[in-house]
Ligand binder design. Structure first.
Ligand code: HEC
Length: 399
């Protein structure tokens, strides 16, 4: 049985079905492996750019990573970004002020529990432990907010308060519109706070940097962070300058541009060509065969246009998920429709069975692994805000 007319006098063009079986099965495996390759590129995208708890970068994430956030110092960015992001200059250092990533976490928990008359070794109820952990985390967040507030102060003042190891804790501190705390009242680790007795508190900024950061960021520390010491004011200050909106660095953008344009073009060229000689109707082939390639070029031009100053840069950044989505859909169609064009009836049935199995597997994987993983990322750890109930009175903090 053939899908094509057999009269020799009817000319017809070449299609994939004219290829020997070995060639068709090779092309099928090729299409599937491109699909898997594309999937792993998405996994990479999740880890590099998505907000914790999101599968893929949100529109906001794309704007931040291509257009940049406006006027925030690298130090502030590293202290605000979610602690699960990579440990480097583009990721986050918040981990070292979060949970057991912070030195002395267990000790601080024990000390607070003791103050409340609780013995942590005696297996107290989970809720009790949780409350203690939250309180210690709020103290750590207080340190973090004090550091950020300090980085935002004018440079001469910053220099003096670092030198004096006393940065005033007063005024409102806002991470965002609805994420605010009164510095004078916020919870913060008591040993890093001085109090003049009249309710004016100061934070020992230098001691906080020395305690929380210099164990890695010191010339004597060894390890990769030793190359970026944070032992004195000048070293720290270099990271406290509010950067103009930057987004992706030029070298990084140039690298991913050439990787995409050279590497992916070859891939999309092949998948497009395979689709172009499939048996699907000509209008569909003309539309879909070159689409992944064309959309990729548009997508990459948006990456570069996103660097333009506001308001146009962020606008182009907001197009990136759309152009990227077109690439994905085009590639998906080329792979799926291409696979079906490679085989006759029996092969098509086998394909349907395999695809159904793959979908079933994917759904299982999602509920068993992906959903809990995203939930963990989302719930984890430490809210930005401090508790709403009245904070410790300043003179209470020293006890
Ligand atoms: C457990 C070790 C460790 C601790 C603690 C730590 N960091 Fe880092 N930090 C790193 C590593 C590793 C890098 C990446 C270094 C590299 O790029 O090779 C880094 C990078 C940085 C950078 C970017 C350096 C650059 O120029 O690329 C800054 C700024 C920074 N950390 C600030 C801090 C601050 C502030 C703290 C304290 C809250 C802190 N770090 C605590 C390990 C640490």
């Amino acid at each position: 049985m053939s899908a094509y007319p057999t009269q020799p006098d009817v000319p017809r063009s070449f299609t994939l079905l004219d290829l020997p079986f070995a060639a068709r099965i090779t092309l099928a495996v090729f299409l599937v492996s491109v699909g898997i390759g594309y999937f792993s590129a998405l996994v990479n995208l999740h880890f590099q750019e998505a907000s914790p708890g999101e599968i893929l970068p949100t529109d906001e994430d794309v704007k931040t990573s291509y257009s940049g956030k406006s006027k925030v110092s690298q130090m502030e960015r590293l202290l605000v970004a979610h602690p699960s992001l990579p440990i480097n200059g583009q990721g986050s250092m918040r981990k070292y002020l979060t949970g057991n990533g912070a030195g002395g976490w267990e000790g601080a928990k024990r000390a607070l529990a003791k103050k409340k008359g609780i013995d942590l070794t005696a297996n107290p109820p989970r809720q009790v432990v949780k409350e203690i952990e939250e309180a210690v985390q709020h103290d750590l967040d207080g340190e973090r907010f004090a550091m950020i507030a300090w980085t935002r102060s004018p440079r001469p003042e910053r220099k003096k308060t670092y030198g004096d190891n006393a940065s005033p804790l007063k005024g409102e501190f806002a991470l965002s519109k609805d994420n605010k705390v009164d510095l004078a009242k916020m919870n913060i680790t008591a040993k890093f706070v001085d109090d003049d007795g009249a309710g004016n508190r100061t934070a020992q900024i230098k001691t906080i940097f020395d305690t929380r950061c210099a164990r890695c960021h010191s010339e004597s520390a060894g390890g990769p962070a030793a190359r970026f010491p944070l032992d004195d004011f000048e070293q720290i200050d270099a990271y406290c300058v509010a950067e103009a909106p930057t987004g992706k660095s030029l070298p990084k953008l140039a690298l991913s541009t050439h990787v995409h344009l050279l590497g992916f073009s070859v891939l999309y060229g092949f998948t497009g060509l395979i689709f172009a000689v499939s048996g699907w109707p000509a209008p569909i082939r003309v539309l879909i065969a070159p689409l992944a390639l064309a959309a990729q070029v548009v997508d990459i031009s948006f990456w570069w246009l996103a660097r333009i100053d506001e308001p146009h840069g962020p606008m182009f950044a907001s197009f990136i998920p759309i152009s990227g989505g077109v690439v994905a859909v085009a590639l998906g169609l080329q792979i799926l429709l291409g696979l079906f064009a490679l085989f006759r009836s029996f092969g098509k049935v086998v394909l349907v069975v395999l695809i159904a199995a793959a979908i079933g597997g994917a759904v299982n994987l999602k509920t068993a692994f992906l959903d809990p993983y995203l939930a963990r990322e989302r719930g984890n750890p430490g809210e930005m805000v401090q508790p709403k109930e009245p904070a410790k009175a300043p003179d209470d903090a020293k006890k």
